[in-house]
Design a binder for this molecule. Sequence first.
Ligand code: DO4
Ligand code: MG
Length: 282
Amino acid sequence: MKLYRISKGSLLQHDNASYLITQPWDELIGRDQLHDYLRQQVRHADLLTPVEADALLNSRLLAPIGAQEVWAAGVTYLRSRDARMEESKESGGATFYDKVYEAERPELFFKSQPHRVAAHDEEVYIRHDSTWNVPEPELTLFISPSGAIQGYTIGNDMSSRSIEGENPLYLPQAKVYQRSAALGPCLYVPAHPLPTTTRISMVIRRGGKDVYAGEVAISQIKRKLSDLAAWLYRDMDFPHGCFLMTGTCLVPGNEFTLEKGDRVEITIDHIGTLSNTVGYKK
Ligand code: DO4
Ligand code: MG
């Protein structure tokens, strides 16, 4: 089932029907057995007509996040390891990336507070002080307060490669700034974990033309999703649960940098498409 966050509450799609749920978002999603709980909620929720549901889905969608923090895992795919080694070879930082790719402990970093997250169709930003910028399309987990994966959404881990490549200690500045994270369009809550054949694809459009297109199956990831969640929850509590971006495998060639006005479309099977236009903080 899919849960869309809208200004009136949540729109739940299940078995070709749509329901309006007014329970506050954090209270609704912050639990184990979320799929079963949502199925029960259908009994008390208002059934929407197809016209009402379409009108709500075509109005502004909010990012599917309330009070949760957004974290991210890095260097979980070979392509990401190789791209980081390449970009940081001048700074002498390259060797960290091959080590973390092989290490038992994954790279996990803080990505965003909820208020900095862009929703589907909102602008994502590139930094004014960065010369080399890319989107990173990432399967994003929703993890309950107890540490169990309950759902999935699409994440864009917008990144400055010039700042990250200059010095690995600049990683927080390369990764954490206004609208550097996008989540959406919905929270997908299946009865069973996503199949490993699930594909992530990304298209970047500029002036009506595709300037990048790529696709990967999540089976290419080096780590188990449940291990990433378990590492994140070591010695840490998340009273409302947490979102965890699981790393990118799709990295445009070194000549590519985002420009204002580019449209980034990330599609993940079963979940949908997250689209954002690129801009700068006003
Ligand atoms: O180590 C830098 C960031 C890695 C990352 O964001 C990724 O692999 O997706
Ligand atoms: Mg990333």
